[in-house]
Ligand binder design. Structure first.
Ligand code: ZN
Length: 499
């Protein structure tokens, strides 16, 4: 199986071949730390963490870098407003960001370089550009000369004339040409700054990413990621200045994730998530209502290149679809007396143990789905399809268990395939960071019990009664009673209520 990725640079899906065999370097543009993290800040890290996990699963040695922009006009403005130091605000917001990522299970990031800790490397890169004539000094500012990049515009497909109008720092009156951009900015009185050959100042945003990515991953590395809104000018400028400095290809594959949009009910449409519209909830706020796994699964349920339609309804829908997995895992615990979250056999380990025709067909079906999971991920990391495959396996296991009527559990009536099939779902899910640990609910030893869990128990008890296994039926009744659930048997079926 071969991995193909969509490269913004070539606008095609390409065969993935790393610069150095067996190794992959990934750089993702991180946050400017001036406001608490919202879902938009977590989308990129969740996606690229999943990408890293998949590449590791494919036996690559992967380095994932996400930078922290801790010096920037926006942080300076925020600090002024609050009457505090820039570094104080940056440290506080960064701590919140890192905590959120950790909670969301983004564990694969190898480096979080801070701009303010790499000033020497940034200055060295600017110097290199000045030395080879790709950048020029005006007073204490340093600008990149866009003509030093003959293929400027190759990533965004913009012509320089168009590009000029989108340029962030049009206000820089000292530039020779509107398409030129600042790489080192003089510090005004009272602003944070560092000494440089051109006077006291601070790095431009673009140069920061070039300096830190090349420092950690080499002058040519594999994957550069970021939101689609960063293609121009940020990434275009990163390419121009990096390649002008080294004369080498900067990043081989450019992967851009779709923007996060907030669903607006009234208009029936959606709008870009933004602070000015005020449609943002912080991650900490979201975590009060939704589990980290729900948020992660929500992000990965859309292919990364598509826009992510964010709403509480979508998160609720994701939560209820995850419950389908949890109920199955819980059911397996009863049917096969195995915890699929624990190490053990998966479907590939029991392939040859299927004897009956039904068993053989079941194993074949699960193995096919297992293959489809890899195929989905090989197709430009299609996590949405991969998760759909996991649901398909769940459906297959449920059907198999129902048809074969593995209730009640007991000697001679255990199935050796059900737990390995369930564990296959867990193992595949873990490749993209799902099912890392048992959810808080739907655990038999938990005092609380969810409605879904009760339904499972009630169904199992009915089955046991049908099989005339009254001991088992009573066992389930007692188990539920201990958790405050009362059962009432009626001719039409069993009704349950919470005491
Ligand atoms: Zn960047």
């Amino acid at each position: 199986m071969t991995l193909r990725v969509y490269n913004t640079l070539t606008r095609t899906k390409e065969l993935f071949e790393p610069v150095r065999p067996g190794r992959v370097g990934i750089y993702l543009c991180g946050p400017t730390v001036y406001k608490p993290s919202h879902i938009g800040h977590a989308v990129g890290p969740i996606i690229f963490d999943a990408i890293k996990r998949y590449l590791v699963y494919k036996d690559y040695k992967v380095q994932l870098v996400i930078n922290i922009t801790d010096v920037d006009d926006k942080i300076i403005a925020e600090a002024d407003e609050q009457g505090r130091e820039m570094s104080e605000i940056a440290a506080e917001v960064e701590a919140d960001y890192l905590k959120c990522l950790e909670t969301l299970g983004v564990t694969g990031v190898d480096h979080f370089p801070r701009a303010t800790e790499n000033i020497d490397k940034i200055i060295a890169l600017v110097q290199r550009l000045v030395d080879n004539g790709a950048a020029y000094v005006v007073a204490s500012d340093v600008y990149f000369d866009y003509t030093a990049s003959p293929d400027y515009g190759k990533l965004s497909g913009r012509r320089v004339e168009d590009a000029m109008h989108g340029s962030r720092d049009l206000a820089g009156e000292n530039k020779r040409h509107p398409a030129d951009f600042v790489v080192w900015k003089a510090a005004k009185e009272g602003e944070p700054g560092w000494d440089s050959p051109w006077g006291r100042g601070r790095p431009g945003w673009h140069i920061e990413c070039s300096a830190m990515s090349m420092d950690l991953l080499g002058e040519t590395f594999d994957i550069h990621g970021g939101g689609m809104d960063l293609i121009f000018p940020h990434h275009e400028n990163e390419i121009a200045q990096s390649e002008a400095a080294t004369g080498k290809t900067f990043a081989k594959y450019w992967l851009h994730n779709g923007l996060t949009r907030v669903k607006t009910k009234a208009a029936g449409g959606s709008e870009k998530m933004s602070k000015s519209i005020g449609n943002i909830r912080t991650i900490s706020e979201l975590l009060e209502d939704f589990s980290p796994e729900t948020i992660r699964a929500f992000v990965l349920s859309t292919h990364y290149r598509r826009p992510l339609e964010f709403s509480d309804e979508q998160l609720k829908a994701t939560a209820s679809s995850l419950k389908g997995f949890y109920i199955l895992f819980h059911r397996i615990k009863f049917v096969a007396n195995e915890d699929v979250y624990e190490e053990g056999k998966d479907i590939t380990d029991v392939e040859n143990e299927a004897k009956t025709k039904t068993d053989v067909a079941f194993v074949k079906e699960v193995l096919e789905h297992r293959q489809q999971f890899d195929e989905a991920m090989d197709d430009d990391f299609n996590t949405a399809r991969a998760i759909a495959v996991l649901h398909e396996i769940t459906g297959a296991v449920d059907k198999f268990a129902n048809e074969e009527s593995f209730y009640p559990r007991g000697p001679g009536n255990e199935n050796i395939l059900i737990a390995p099939a369930g564990r296959t779902i867990v193992k595949l899910g873990r490749i993209i960071g799902l099912f890392e640990k048992k959810p808080d609910r739907l655990v038999p030893d938990q005092p609380g019990v969810t409605d879904g869990e009760i339904e499972v128990q009630v169904a199992e008890r009915e089955n046991a009664r049908k099989e005339k296994d009254f001991a088992r039926a009573d066992e389930i009744r007692d188990w539920l009673a201990k958790r405050g659930v009362i059962l009432e048997d009626s001719p039409g079926g069993t009704i349950w209520r919470k005491a």
